[in-house]
Design a protein around this ligand. Structure first.
Ligand code: BTN
Length: 242
């Protein structure tokens, strides 16, 4: 049992709090037939993962590592927009507790240019799994990580339940705006887009591209001015500043 069991939760969400899981994304996949709105949270992940199979570091009992089960009514090609929805929800939640959070397209949230949250969206049949790793009370990170936490930014420990509740409330709204209401979601993301105006190098499929990030396009794509002209990327990995 965990201390999360009596958390008062926003309506529509149901929490399963575990002391340990390999990965909450995998854990929720085992419960994929349950109703949407299920939230699986773990105090400790033994095989937490990020995009492209990278490991996800989170200090036991100090972070928010959780996954949410959704059943979007929109067609699957629009589901990658859930990354933007989750990023915006986290950024808004962090704003509410006094942090200037920005979105590093497509699925990181940064504070002062350092990563505070990573998002991993996966699908399982007609369900979408939104995994969120948010650094809350972590005091130190392994040397190679350019990361930050709520504690490092505000110099005080923060109630993780309060932040989780804020994220879920915001996510409830934004996750339903990946289709018809995408304009609103897009506006929120554009406002907080960390890459806009920065020179970037990114890998798109097998191609290395360098240029000036112009911002987010009408489909939620990243628009980059390259020597070969203005290009738009729906997906990219390894986005770095140059
Ligand atoms: C990334 O930055 O590459 C995405 C990181 C996503 C981490 C979260 S933690 C909760 C959920 N469970 C996982 O194994 N990964 C996601």
């Amino acid at each position: 049992m965990s201390s999360w069991d009596d958390v008062g939760f926003p309506e529509g969400w149901r929490l399963v709090a575990l002391d340990e899981a390999e990965s909450t994304n995998d854990e929720i996949r085992l419960r994929v037939d349950e109703q949407e709105g299920l939230v699986v949270l773990a105090e400790r992940q033994t095989a937490g993962r990020g995009r492209r199979g990278a490991a996800w570091f989170s200090e036991s009992g100090k972070c928010l590592t959780f996954s949410v089960l959704l059943r979007p009514s929109e067609p699957k090609p629009l589901w990658p927009r859930l990354s933007l929805a989750a990023g915006l929800a986290v950024a808004e939640a962090l704003n509410r507790i006094g942090l200037e959070a920005e979105i590093k397209w497509p699925n990181d949230v940064l504070v002062r240019g350092k990563k505070i949250c990573g998002i991993l969206v996966e699908s399982a049949g007609d369900r979408a799994i939104v995994g969120i790793g948010l650094n809350v009370n972590t005091k130190e990170f392994p040397g190679e990580l350019e990361a930050t936490s709520v504690f490092q930014e505000l110099e005080t420990e923060w109630d993780r339940e309060e932040i989780l509740t804020l994220v879920l409330k915001a996510l409830e709204g934004w996750s339903s705006e990946i289709g018809a209401g995408f304009g609103n979601l897009l506006a929120g993301v554009k406002e907080r887009c960390w890459l806009t105006g920065k020179r970037v190098r990114l890998t798109a499929v097998d191609e290395l591209v360098e240029g000036l990030a112009r911002g987010i396009g009408p489909q939620g794509d990243l628009v980059v001015e390259t020597p070969a002209g203005v290009r738009s990327f729906v997906q990219a990995s390894e986005i770095r500043l140059v």
